[in-house]
Design a protein around this ligand. Structure first.
Ligand SMILES: [Zn+2]
Length: 129
């Protein structure tokens, strides 16, 4: 059982941050590796615990449990972390969020926003080759 991000995923997460920074977008990785136990706790949210449902994966079912997934957010110049998909901080007329997703896909990540059942917009995952 892994206990950290897979080195290739880590490398691509760093590449994503660097490529986004080149476009004037500051990316923050808010989640990476998650243990089976932590995943089970998260699964309870919106079910037996308070809050909104944030995952459909139990321990062992999420790419986070194998160090193959990251969640990202954007950081504004004032330091605040946002999950605003409309935000256009670099003012190029495009959503910063979707620009990050585009870079991530080029790096080989799959995006949770493309999922049919449950859209997980901050989520990126990959199987390293
Ligand atoms: Zn995720």
């Amino acid at each position: 059982v892994p206990s950290a991000l897979h080195p290739i995923v880590k490398q691509n997460a760093d590449a994503l941050k660097a490529a986004a920074a080149n476009k004037g977008i500051s990316v923050v990785i808010t989640e990476g590796f998650r243990s089976f136990k932590e995943q089970d706790e998260l699964y309870k949210q919106g079910r037996t615990k308070k809050g909104n449902i944030v995952t459909y994966a139990r321990g062992g079912e999420s790419y986070h449990n194998y160090g193959l997934a990251i969640d990202f957010a954007l950081q504004k110049k004032d330091g605040s972390i946002i999950w605003d998909m409309e935000y256009d901080g670099n003012q190029n007329g495009k959503s910063d969020w979707l620009e990050v997703v585009e870079i991530a896909k080029k790096l080989g990540f799959k995006w949770g926003g493309d999922w049919k059942r449950f859209k997980d917009y901050p989520h990126l995952e990959m199987i390293p080759h």
